[in-house]
Design a protein around this ligand. Sequence first.
Ligand code: PXL
Length: 270
Amino acid sequence: MRIPRAACINDLSGFGRCSLTTAIAVLSASGVQACPVPTAVLSKHTGFDKFYFRDLTDSMDPYLANWSDLEFDGIYSGFLGSAKQIKAVEKFISNHKNGCVVIDPVMGDGGKLYATYTEEMQKGMKRLAVMADILTPNITEACFLTDTPYRGEEIYPEEAVKLIRKTAEITSAKIVLTGIVKDDKMINMTYDDGDIRMSEVNREKQVFSGTGDIFSSVVCAFVLKGRSLHEAVRISGEFISQAIERTVFLGTPLSEGVIFEPFLYKLGGK
Ligand code: PXL
């Protein structure tokens, strides 16, 4: 069997279970070759009070140029720290037309953009969304991508349908709208060539860092393994649900992310 290969463009945060740390673990455990493209190196993610940070934007073009002889089944990007990084990803995608492009448009949460997100980056992310085959925005990100007013996470399914359809107007990508809150459940909605489906999992009140990264990584891995988007989203939701349940039980700090390591073995096989 051929192992699917994915270029994973994200930062490397040494502590806190997010970005490349989770992407490499999840893709590898799922049987997908993860080829990291580090956009920055951090000792801990930015949710901690203090962290060492080194930006790697200038290394991205030569790093990716060296991969011009390689083919990728998937190109998967997450958190990007500057407009220049977004441009480097656009260029790489343009030069690798065959891979399935999974864009997690990490821009913000709770109705707000991250502090680092400039207007130029918003425009860049809209361009990247157009290039995606699979786009995984949360509600905040879908609102920013479509210039829609944010009305919270607890929106009616009909409203979520409207938002996902509006997102589908700016890209031909399949879309996963994540984090729709409904009582004690969390709904992830998929849009696949006009077919809209919902996938429901149990929700905990606490918000852990890195869950978005784990979610998109599992979706990316299973789509590259040939599963339908809806199936990949269901598997991803179940995986995170288990990890969150274990984390809540053990009571570790929210900033340390979710304890997903004991469940990685479940991602193996087909
Ligand atoms: O999980 C998203 C993420 C990615 N990368 C860095 C972060 C965060 C969230 O805090 O700090 C560096």
